[in-house]
Write a protein that binds this ligand. Structure first.
Ligand SMILES: [Zn+2]
Length: 372
């Protein structure tokens, strides 16, 4: 079955690492839309060439790759599957696979812990949201999760047609018709409250023809009204797939706006020496200690750094011994480390598109809950 992104055990993965800092974990992401048959083989060869220096590491790597290749040999692509993620280590008895309904790029990383950055990005990119397709007598209330329909409720009511029949006066007919539409919209509202609160929906898009969307908005309680990102004029009978991609655009635009606002907030806080941190060490410190309200990570950016095997201190630059405890250090991607710590402590992460200021500040930074 395709995994629901919110069911992925990303926190658990972020807590796993090799205490002796050996490169004993293989993380593999495979693009299933455009398969490159040779990708795994090529990466395997390259990694083996590097690991040759150390027999133990190599043995673990070979056994781990055997597990992975065995799985790939029997694994069938599911309908709608666009990607595959595997986290494995023979030595640590780890083998987790996720069939993904969202696209990923080919990537294979051998490291001291599972490489979770692409998962964290996916979760941010494919937020769960509510979609309501509506005209004045029919509604589809849809929960979209991981880019696909998670739940759908249909409501249809008989409403008198626009033109009166028989002996009723025009005024009375109009009043009854409006009353029936209002009754229908109230029903839709009640269902929305029920479904969206159960699924913790915080973003809603309403689509459909005519002004039913605007009338519905008036019926909604404030907490739902505030969650509406957009009202889009479109034919009721358009295919769900098309409507979902339209709504997704609205959700992504909203996410982008939020990220831009947060980057502006970061800049302001830095200028007035307020609730902000930046640079690898201070950022990770704040994340580790739970001081961080929001971690901002530069998309695709890497920051060469080191991690102490003993006390888990992380910082940029290249050094031989940990300045804190004199322990041995290993080379790491500091950005990935900050993401792992954020997952462990439940800190919210936002990925920022090529932002020169954030990159100058070391690729990571964040907003603090309080002054430290
Ligand atoms: Zn140390």
């Amino acid at each position: 079955m395709l995994v629901d992104l919110k069911d992925m055990e990303i926190k658990k993965l972020s807590e796993i690492y090799d205490i002796e800092s050996r490169d004993s974990f293989v993380s593999l992401y495979i693009n299933m839309e455009q398969t490159n048959e040779r990708f795994v083989d090529k990466r395997k060869k390259a990694c083996r060439a590097v690991l040759k220096e150390n027999r133990d590491w190599m043995e673990n790597f070979d056994k781990t790759m055997q597990m992975i290749e065995k799985f790939l040999g029997v694994n069938d692509k599911e309908e709608g599957q666009k990607g595959l993620a595997i986290f494995a280590s023979n030595e640590h008895d780890l083998f987790i696979t996720y069939k993904l309904g969202v696209p990923v790029e080919d990537l294979m990383v051998v490291d001291t812990s599972p490489y979770i950055r692409p998962l964290a990005r996916m979760i941010e990119d494919y937020e769960t949201f509510g979609l309501v397709v509506l005209d004045n007598h029919r509604a589809r209330i849809i929960v979209v999760s991981s880019g696909k329909i998670d739940d759908i409720t249909k409501i249809a009511r008989d409403i008198m047609k626009k033109h009166k029949k028989g002996g009723m006066s025009q005024g009375r007919f109009q009043r009854m018709r409006v009353g029936a539409i209002e009754h229908f919209l109230k029903e839709v509202t009640e269902e929305m409250v029920k479904i969206f609160s159960k699924e913790n929906i915080a973003k809603i898009v309403i689509v459909g023809p005519g002004n039913a969307k605007i009338l519905l908005k008036d019926f909604l309680p404030n907490e739902l009204k505030n969650e509406i990102l957009d009202l889009i004029d479109v034919d009721f009978d358009e295919a769900d797939g098309y409507l979902i991609s339209m709504a997704e655009e609205a959700v992504q635009k909203d996410e982008k706006d939020t990220v831009s606002k947060n980057v502006i907030r970061l800049k302001e806080e830095i200028l007035k020496h307020g609730l902000a941190v930046y640079g690898l060490k201070d950022t990770i410190d704040a994340v580790k200690n739970g001081y961080m309200e929001l971690l901002l990570v530069s998309k695709g950016y890497k920051q060469e750094g080191w991690k102490c095997e003993k006390c888990q201190l992380v910082d940029s630059d290249i050094i031989d011994k940990c300045p804190n405890c004199n322990g041995n250090v290993t080379q790491v991607d500091g950005i990935e480390e900050s993401i792992e710590f954020a997952q462990r402590t439940g800190t919210k992460i936002e990925f920022v598109d090529n932002n020169p200021i954030l990159q100058e500040l070391g690729g990571v930074g964040g907003l603090l809950r309080f002054k430290i």
